[in-house]
Design a protein around this ligand. Structure first.
Ligand code: AN0
Ligand code: CP
Length: 318
């Protein structure tokens, strides 16, 4: 595996989940694989889980890990070609990326959508620059359009907790004060569309996601109706995708907050969220604290999804 951005990059998803669950039983089994190999994690945005779980995964595999927070201590980077660099950015990304590639064997990149240019975001311009100019295999740690390590961990978690062969999984929009990317719901939809689940998306009108990720998945605009009989409720906020509202907040309606009255409509569903979560905006205290909330177990599986991906990338290095 040379890049990791979509569910498709994992090949057969069922086998990938099986591989991950086997790895979880003995996460130190491949300690030799990463010997004298170095992973570089480049963060253009904040992170708690991705930062820790990806490092832990690499350490499990015996790798060395270097973490670069681009906005803390590195030179400010120009990203546009052709710019006269007489401003506040001393270095161009077109030198910085190949230099980063010199010091490592694999690279993970976190770089959120900027919402300045939809085409630049949805063509994964920055991630692709890493792929083309670093000379090293690259995986997304949440890039402009996708967060595949999260969605893979979510799928592993659903596999562990499901009690039916084909559970009903509901992705619900919920309110948030800030503009958030579509990366998490995009990847969740991408993975759920390939998994053995009944997948339903619910959101206010205007919050339709990109067809590239939803691929005809059922959308139910009535949140209560969507929740009926659900086995998993996956909450997330995102900003509008469709023009002319790309990257805009169209609603902060707290009627969409996940509360216990809505959870009562489900088939005793588990509650999931990628975290960080804004309590009493996205979900009430009682729901996230309830025994049916599996947000911590979900976060714990980030180590497993990352280890599975890094192991495959290391094996492909030869
Ligand atoms: C980010 C997002 O919504 O994409 C990261 C989630 C993993 N969340 C925030 O910025 C709060
Ligand atoms: N879920 C997730 O990716 O969290 P961080 O933003 O803290 O890494």
């Amino acid at each position: 595996m040379k890049t990791f951005l979509t569910a498709n990059d994992l090949g057969n998803l069922q086998s990938a989940v099986h591989e991950a669950l086997e790895l979880k039983k003995n996460r130190y089994a491949y300690k030799q694989l990463g010997e004298n190999r170095t992973l570089l994690l480049v963060f253009f945005n904040s992170s708690l889980r991705t930062r820790l779980s990806t490092q832990k995964a690499a350490l499990n595999l015996g790798m060395n890990v270097i973490v670069l927070d681009v906005n803390q201590g590195a030179w400010k980077l120009e990203t546009e070609r052709g710019v006269v660099m007489d401003g506040d950015k001393p270095e161009h990304i077109l030198e910085a990326i190949p230099v980063m590639g010199c010091y490592c064997d694999l690279i993970g990149v976190r770089s959120f959508a900027r919402f300045e240019d939809k085409e630049a975001d949805y063509s994964e311009k920055l991630l692709n620059q890493f792929i083309h100019y670093s000379g090293k295999p690259v995986f997304s740690m949440e890039s402009a359009t996708a967060h595949p390590l999260q969605a893979f961990a979510d799928l592993i978690t659903i596999e562990e907790y499901k009690t039916k062969p084909r559970p009903k999984v509901v992705l619900t929009w919920a309110p948030h004060p800030n503009v958030l990317p579509q990366a998490v719901p995009n990847s969740f939809a991408d993975f759920m569309n390939e998994a053995e689940v009944e997948f339903v998306i619910t959101h206010p009108e205007g919050y339709e996601l990109s067809e590239r990720f939803t691929r005809g998945a059922r959308v139910e605009y009535d949140q209560r109706k969507a929740f009926e009989g659900a086995d998993f409720i996956y909450a997330k906020n995102w900003s509008a995708f469709r023009d002319p509202h790309y990257g805009k907040i169209l609603s902060k309606d707290r009627n969409w907050t996940v509360d216990s009255a809505k959870m009562a409509l489900t088939d005793n569903a588990y509650f999931m969220h990628c975290l960080p979560v804004r309590r009493n905006m996205i979900v009430t205290d009682d729901v996230i604290e309830s025994p049916r909330s599996i947000v911590i177990q979900e976060a714990a599986n980030r180590e497993i999804s990352a280890e599975t991906v890094i192991r495959r990338m290391l094996s492909a290095l030869g």
